[in-house]
Design a protein around this ligand. Sequence first.
Ligand SMILES: CC(C)(COP(=O)(O)OP(=O)(O)OC[C@H]1O[C@@H](n2cnc3c(N)ncnc32)[C@H](O)[C@@H]1OP(=O)(O)O)[C@@H](O)C(=O)NCCC(=O)NCCS
Length: 187
Amino acid sequence: MLATLPTRYTAPMPDLVIRDAKVSDAGRIMQLVNALALRQVMLPRSPASVIEHIRDFVIAELDGQFVGCGSLHIVWSDMAEIRSIAVDPDVQRDGIGRRMAEHLIEVARQLEVPKVYAFTYVPGFFEKLGFHVVQHQELPHKMFNDCKNCPKFTACDEIAMIRVLREPTDAEREAGSSLPSRPIRIG
Ligand SMILES: CC(C)(COP(=O)(O)OP(=O)(O)OC[C@H]1O[C@@H](n2cnc3c(N)ncnc32)[C@H](O)[C@@H]1OP(=O)(O)O)[C@@H](O)C(=O)NCCC(=O)NCCS
């Protein structure tokens, strides 16, 4: 994809920068994610879903070139989801995905989110980052918010994985157990 990159890089990569995404990155994010989605290794993203959630995204740049993206989406008071994490195939398995995921996990910690999860076809990557497999039913907010609109809802083949960053407080546990209620009427 980025054929101009000269060689494979080995960790540590001093020239690797993980930074917050800007709206001007949306095109590159979509290009990478949707190219990988065509290979059936992740789900595609629409322009609207990338642009509306651009503040969720981080970008990986190697020597100033875009080489990856990933996002952390707050789903509920006790949970965030790592979504659309993707590395340019030319530089995969060189530690870039790990650096982005660790960055996103640190963001979750700073936001005091107790649990981070992912729906994935690459459980081995998330296992290396301290995630373990859970049943989809253990993530009711994901199912309530996203899965119900997904064409694969009744035949989901993604693996749900979670990493507990800290034990939730009793209040968080209670809030986490309630599903979003009906929309609040305004006006
Ligand atoms: C999955 C992906 C983001 C990982 O990024 P990466 O930069 O290639 O991975 P890293 O080099 O940071 O790997 C970190 C660790 O996970 C392991 N790993 C990476 N990909 C793996 C895979 N597909 N299966 C098993 N282990 C994997 C690596 O061996 C490494 O282990 P180590 O620390 O013991 O050496 C990247 O390969 C990618 O974009 N894949 C296609 C899109 C995709 O599947 N995204 C996930 C959607 S949820």
